[in-house]
Design a protein around this ligand. Structure first.
Ligand code: BGC
Length: 350
């Protein structure tokens, strides 16, 4: 079979190679790969900036945003051939730490977790893949064209859960959310905000094209004239940051109302220095009971929440988020970020 592989920490090493078909072990199913979503993490790995090969090997099969169809499943499992499935990204650390022992591997405390397609385990960027039935989630069959959005939706489902858990420390009835960034994470965060009945505002740099169109089609308000203007208009109770642009992150932290919650989901590049008035930031956070919470990855409960959110969403709206779909062999083109991209997807059947 063909697999998209990369030598981690070696820029430009991504290559589609012919590799042996995987054999499902006990408790595993064999899945035919349908689609693979490409995100910033994949681009960082391909650029040699991140990623770990499996122990004893040079190359890693790339890809953590999966979608596939079950080919064979253990007879005693809840899966059957033909089911539409997504594989979970992270696996608990081997110790395991307390969080991993409680199924909260997204909150791993010792950093020894592994991640498919990112950290020490092959990913889902191949024509066939195997997965333990305990780390796979069945999707509504109607989601065949858009189910590849599941993994970013799980990241967003976790971010919303974190916001709600933080909010629940006192009386909490948010009305307005500002999402910064109209990429896949931002737009899916906006969707889950709208599903919660909130007034949703989205800020991005784009002034036209698929991003503002998707925001408006959701019934949300689109802003492109900077964070100050967006926060003045939106008066957000919650800011969900999905750009990782460092100055914006600090401006977001300074712009919430009292009891403001800022949830950070964007991974910034390191080494960029900005000047910040830390005293003012500390003072505001204390005097306003503000919280800034970082959120990464997702556990099985977030996969279940994301599957529900996607099943409730309008499929036509979800399809708008997939702005480029390319055959597997065009991986190099898929790995180039373009300014009007929302989600780029590789078709593993082509
Ligand atoms: C993935 C997460 C993962 C993180 C760090 C993100 O792109 O969506 O599942 O935990 O990268 O490796």
């Amino acid at each position: 079979m063909r697999a998209l592989t990369v030598q981690p920490l070696k820029a430009g090493s991504a290559e589609v190679l012919e590799v042996p078909d995987p054999e499902p072990g006990s408790g595993e199913m064999l899945v035919e790969g349908l689609a693979l979503g490409i995100c910033g993490t994949d681009r960082e790995i391909a650029a040699g900036e991140y990623g770990w090969a499996p122990p004893g090997r040079d190359r890693l099969v790339l890809g953590h945003e999966s979608l596939g169809r079950v080919h064979t499943a253990p007879p005693d499992s809840s899966f059957a051939p033909g089911d539409l499935v997504v594989g979970v990204v992270r696996r608990p650390d081997p110790v395991p730490c307390g969080a991993c022992a409680h199924g909260e591997f997204d909150m791993c405390r010792n950093g020894r977790y592994t991640e498919r397609g990112i950290k020490e385990i092959d990913g889902y960027g191949s024509e066939l893949w195997t997965v333990d039935t305990g780390y796979a989630v069945k999707l509504d069959p109607r989601l065949a064209a858009v189910g590849v959005l599941m993994e970013p939706a799980t990241v967003v489902a976790k971010a919303w859960e974190q916001i709600e858990k933080v909010g629940a420390r006192s009386w909490f009835q948010p009305e307005r959310v500002l999402v910064t960034g109209a990429g896949p994470i931002g737009l899916l965060a906006a969707l889950l905000g709208a599903q919660r009945g909130l007034e949703v505002h989205v800020l991005d740099l784009a002034t036209d094209g698929p991003k503002p169109e998707a925001v408006r089609a959701l019934g949300a308000q689109y802003h492109s004239s900077g964070i100050d203007d967006a926060t003045a208009r939106a008066e957000p109770d919650v800011i969900l940051e999905a750009t990782g642009v460092s100055p914006l992150v600090f401006e977001a932290m300074a712009s919430t109302a009292s009891y403001g919650i800022v949830c950070l989901t964007g991974v910034s590049p390191v080494g960029r220095k900005i000047s910040v008035d830390v005293g003012a930031a500390n003072r505001d956070m204390v005097l306003e009971n503000d919280v800034v919470v970082g959120s990464v990855n997702a556990n099985l409960s977030h996969y279940a929440a994301a599957a529900d959110a996607l099943a409730k969403a309008d499929i036509g709206w979800l399809s708008r988020l997939i702005t480029r779909r390319l055959p597997l062999d065009s991986f190099a083109e898929a790995l180039e970020a373009r300014s009007d991209d929302i989600k780029v997807v590789l078709d593993l059947t082509a």
